[in-house]
Design a protein around this ligand. Structure first.
Ligand SMILES: O=C(O)CCC(=O)C(=O)O
Length: 125
């Protein structure tokens, strides 16, 4: 199953390498995820598919503390690359999750030599 999904993200040019890790998360209404930058052990592309409830993902620049918010609609994919992956933290405010929400997050491992990315983020809905 992982390989099929991971290949589809590559075919759609959302990820350049096939993900090696898939995390499936089942959030109840009102449940978010704390502010974090994904660990450096993971590669430069992190993609997440949102299902069921929409939510608001907030990004905070780790140096400038500037905040940016993005609604993640059901059936959308968010791809964190470049600064959005490495310099901006992200979190989901549980108050924005009004119903059950599922997410599937795809990551590679950092040992791969990826090309640099110019886009800060993209949401494919
Ligand atoms: O639920 C999501 O869409 C994002 C999950 C996330 O940020 C993580 O697992 O690190």
């Amino acid at each position: 199953m992982l390989e099929g999904f991971a290949q589809r993200l590559v075919d759609a040019q959302i990820m350049t390498k096939r993900a090696e890790q898939l995390v499936f998360q089942d959030y109840g209404a009102g449940t978010g995820i704390g502010e974090h930058v994904d660990a450096p052990v993971f590669g430069p592309e992190v993609c997440s598919i949102s299902l069921l409830s929409r939510c608001v993902m907030s990004f905070r620049h780790t140096v400038r503390k500037e905040v940016f918010r993005q609604i993640l609609e059901p059936r959308s994919v968010i791809a964190l690359t470049s600064d959005a992956r490495a310099i901006w933290s992200h979190e989901i405010d549980g108050r924005s999750v009004t119903d059950r929400r599922l997410s599937i997050t795809f990551r590679t491992l950092a040992r791969h030599n990826h090309p640099p990315f110019k886009k800060k983020y993209s949401v494919i809905g």
